[in-house]
Ligand binder design. Structure first.
Ligand code: HEC
Ligand code: HEC
Ligand code: HEC
Ligand code: HEC
Ligand code: HEC
Ligand code: HEC
Ligand code: HEC
Length: 317
């Protein structure tokens, strides 16, 4: 074999190694149900859908109810990403037009699957449920208001775990509340009342925009005694925090609520010392930065290439 052939093989190997490693990184997760769900998403991720009309023999094109349209990206990032649609919905939905009586199908609630299961003990589902039942949403609207109202079955993800910044957490949580409190259509799915705008309600706050992008609604609207990772007892408006000093002082309310995620998350993941001395993004392995990993894989591949070429030359001598 010529020297050049060996060099080519070595180069091919070096180029492929990083990709093989990345691929193995990604297949470590349980397989997603792309194939099974593709059929449902064909219609339920589009503004318009088409189907074979068996009566006329033609292909019909119709507008989809916008509330029945979901993003596959969001679904596959959510906590239930390993589900097939038909794990929660009846398999009879495979046929279209869907049978009318499917509309009355009873949906699972969180506790049906998570209650009493030691795997999920750390989430305290039972306590969350108890706290939720004390909240204004539950006491005023009983069964009409359930966990799915905030935990979108087709996209809910865990923001308070992992590497999300405080501002990302605030944004995600507040969007959950604003989904109804800044959207009268969704609000009126539950109540006939017409609500004043959030800005008018909170006019006592000097910088409305800044506050709503820096603190969560639940900081001011939940009971202080609630010890949950995410507080679930929303109090009546009379009991909301209005006192500026609660946050604008040295030992603030936010240390025990919002800011705890950053402290705990970084301590747990990096070890306490690391979280103090490491400035994110500089040390490979301290975080899950894809490009950093790619970089390290390429360096690894190139090193291997070097060794291979070196060996080949030695063998040839
Ligand atoms: C050919 C397009 C099409 C396909 C494929 C399709 N759907 Fe639908 N789906 C619709 C349309 C249109 C509606 C709203 C009208 C209706 O209920 O029939 C709907 C409604 C629904 C509803 C709400 C019913 C209600 O009124 O409460 C559910 C749940 C649903 N689909 C689930 C599924 C699941 C799960 C799959 C895959 C197994 C699926 N769909 C596949 C078009 C489709
Ligand atoms: C983890 C369980 C779960 C999975 C997985 C799931 N759904 Fe749902 N879905 C629900 C629940 C619960 C509701 C009722 C939500 C509510 O009452 O607001 C629902 C409602 C719907 C509706 C009607 C929405 C409405 O406003 O009435 C459609 C359409 C739908 N799902 C389609 C799908 C499709 C398509 C998939 C797969 C991509 C899917 N679902 C996967 C639990 C699930
Ligand atoms: C039909 C059963 C079912 C229902 C209903 C259900 N879940 Fe789950 N959930 C699961 C399963 C199974 C997993 C694990 C999925 C996996 O490992 O990929 C899971 C995962 C989770 C996780 C992530 C757990 C982890 O350690 O990764 C959270 C958080 C969660 N569910 C919250 C909820 C909430 C909140 C509700 C109600 C709004 C709910 N679930 C409803 C079955 C269910
Ligand atoms: C008013 C909105 C709302 C309602 C209603 C609600 N939740 Fe939540 N819940 C949230 C938000 C927002 C989060 C934080 C999500 C995140 O950032 O991880 C959360 C977090 C959780 C968590 C913590 C997951 C973790 O990361 O540790 C569990 C468990 C949970 N909810 C269960 C429930 C159950 C069970 C119900 C019904 C009894 C319910 N929730 C009702 C808004 C709500
Ligand atoms: C599914 C829609 C929906 C979501 C999501 C939602 N709410 Fe509500 N909320 C309502 C409705 C409807 C009421 C009115 C209850 C009543 O007085 O009848 C209400 C009432 C309230 C009140 C009580 C006001 C009073 O009159 O005392 C507060 C505070 C509140 N919500 C805060 C929140 C917060 C914080 C979140 C997010 C964690 C949230 N809501 C998420 C629909 C929603
Ligand atoms: C700095 C604390 C604070 C924050 C942050 C905050 N609120 Fe409030 N909110 C209050 C106080 C105090 C009231 C009572 C105002 C009054 O009655 O004049 C109130 C009132 C309300 C009401 C009752 C409105 C009515 O009169 O019916 C709702 C709903 C509400 N807030 C939702 C939210 C939502 C949603 C968010 C997040 C986007 C949020 N709040 C963020 C302190 C706060
Ligand atoms: C729930 C906690 C909380 C409460 C209650 C609260 N704030 Fe704030 N406030 C914040 C946070 C967080 C910021 C953003 C700080 C930053 O980003 O620099 C902020 C920012 C501000 C700013 C802007 C500071 C700047 O750098 O421009 C002013 C002014 C302010 N708050 C005044 C008030 C007043 C007055 C009250 C009482 C009516 C109040 N706040 C209640 C948490 C709170």
């Amino acid at each position: 074999m010529t020297k050049h052939k060996w060099m080519l093989w070595g180069m091919l190997f070096a180029i492929c190694t990083p990709f093989a490693l990345i691929a193995s990184d990604e297949t470590r997760e349980a397989p997603l149900r792309f194939e099974e769900n593709k059929h449902c998403f064909q219609c339920h991720s589009q503004k318009f859908y088409t189907y074979e009309n068996e009566v006329t023999g033609k292909t019909d094109r119709k507008a989809m109810n916008p509330n029945f349209v979901y993003s596959p990206e969001a679904f596959y990032e959510g906590v239930h990403r390993n589900f097939a649609c038909t794990d929660c919905h009846s398999p009879d939905y495979e046929t279209f037009p869907h049978q009318a009586e499917l509309r009355f199908e009873e949906m699972y609630q969180c506790l049906d699957c998570h209650g009493g299961d030691p795997t999920y003990a750390k989430y305290n589902f039972e306590v969350v449920e108890e706290e939720f039942h004390k909240s204004v949403h539950s006491t005023r609207h009983s069964e009409d208001f359930n966990c799915w109202m905030c935990h979108n079955p087709h996209s809910y993800k865990r923001m308070t775990a992992g590497d999300h910044s405080i501002s990302e957490i605030v944004k995600y949580h507040n969007q959950t509340c604003m989904g109804c409190h800044a959207d009268s259509y969704n609000f009126q799915r539950i109540s006939d009342d017409v609500k004043p705008s959030l800005q008018n309600i909170h006019s006592f706050l000097p910088n409305f925009e800044l506050h709503f992008s820096s603190v969560r609604c639940i900081e001011c609207h939940t009971s202080k005694l609630d010890t949950l990772w995410v507080k679930h007892n929303i109090l009546p408006k009379e009991e909301a925090v209005r006192n500026c000093v609660e946050c604008h002082s040295t030992n603030t309310l936010l240390m025990g609520s919002l800011y705890k995620y950053q402290n705990l998350a970084s301590r747990k993941e990096r070890g306490f010392l690391n979280s103090v001395i490491l400035n994110e993004a500089y040390v490979i392995g301290a975080n899950t930065n894809k490009f950093m990993n790619l970089g390290s894989y390429i360096i690894f591949g190139l090193t291997l290439l070097g060794i291979i070429i070196h060996t080949i030359f030695r063998l040839k001598k």
